[in-house]
Design a protein around this ligand. Structure first.
Ligand code: PEP
Length: 229
C-alpha cells in the first residue's frame, strides 16, 4: 500500500496562496508516484484544485461533509455534491468538528456511510483527550469511536486531541500501539496526525500507513520534506 501523506489546510490560505502551494507540489509530481498525496482545501477551492491537479499524482479531498444527501440544510455540502465534482476523499469527525461543532459519533457514522455510497473514501478521525490518555482509558475511548464505523471500508486517522497543533506527540511506541490496535479492529490503514513535521515524519511513517498533517502542510518546503520522509 502506498503511504498516505494528507495535508489538512483547515480554514487557512487564500485562493492565491493555495494555488502557489499546489503549483509547488505539482512541480514534484513525477517524484511522488509511489505516494498517495491528498490535499484538503476549503470547500470553495475544491473544484478548482481538482481541475488543476487532474491527471497528476495529487488528490483533492474535502475537510467535512453533511450527514444528509440533499435538502433544507443551509450552509452544508453533501457527499453527493462532492462526488459530482469527482472529489474522492473526505475527512470525517476531525477533532475540531467533534469538539467545536459538537459532531457526534452517530453523525460520523452517517457521513461515513453516505461517502461510501457516493464513491468517496472516508478518512475517519479518532482520538482521545489528555485526561483519557493520562488515566490509561484511551484504548476504550478509541474503540468506542471505531465501533461506529466497524466493518466499513475506511481509512482511520489517529489524532490525539492533545497533540493537534501543540507540538506534543506521543512516543513512536505509543503510535505503533494504536496502529496495531486499529488493525486488530479490522481496519487496514491507520494514519497518525498531530504535530507532524519533517523532523518526526520518518519515524512516524515507520509505524503507520501515513500521516495527516495540519500546520506543516501550509508551507510547501516543509510539506515536500514530509512527503519524501
Ligand atoms: C490536524 O488538525 O489534522 C493536525 C494534524 O494538525 P497539526 O499537524 O497542526 O497538529
Amino acid at each position: 500500500m502506498k503511504k498516505i501523506i494528507a495535508g489538512n489546510w483547515k480554514m487557512n490560505l487564500t485562493k492565491q496562496e493555495a494555488t502557489f502551494l499546489t503549483d509547488g507540489l505539482l512541480a514534484i509530481n513525477e517524484e511522488i508516484q509511489d505516494k498517495n498525496v491528498i490535499l484538503f482545501p476549503n470547500f470553495l477551492l475544491i473544484n478548482e484544485l481538482i481541475e488543476a491537479t487532474a491527471g497528476s499524482n495529487l488528490k483533492i479531498g474535502a475537510q467535512n461533509c453533511a450527514d444528509h444527501v440533499k435538502g433544507a440544510y443551509t450552509g452544508e455540502v453533501s457527499p453527493m455534491q462532492l462526488a459530482d465534482l469527482n472529489c474522492k476523499y473526505c475527512l470525517i469527525g476531525h477533532s475540531e468538528r467533534r469538539n467545536i461543532y459538537n459532531e457526534t459519533d452517530e453523525q460520523v457514522k452517517e457521513k461515513t456511510t453516505l461517502c461510501l455510497e457516493h464513491g468517496i473514501t472516508p478518512i475517519v478521525c479518532i482520538g482521545e483527550n489528555l485526561e483519557s490518555r493520562e488515566k490509561g482509558e484511551y484504548i476504550n475511548d478509541l474503540k468506542k469511536q471505531l465501533d461506529f464505523v466497524s466493518g466499513m471500508d475506511v481509512v482511520i486517522a489517529y489524532e490525539p486531541c492533545w497533540s493537534i497543533g501543540t507540538g506534543k506527540i506521543p512516543t513512536i511506541k505509543e503510535i505503533a500501539e494504536i496502529t496495531e490496535f486499529v488493525h486488530s479492529q479490522g481496519f487496514k490503514a491507520c494514519l497518525y496526525g498531530g504535530s507532524v513535521t519533517s523532523s518526526n515524519a520518518t519515524e512516524i511513517l515507520g509505524v503507520s500507513e501515513g500521516v495527516l498533517v495540519g500546520g506543516a502542510s501550509l508551507k510547501v518546503d516543509e510539506f515536500v520534506k514530509i512527503i519524501f520522509a
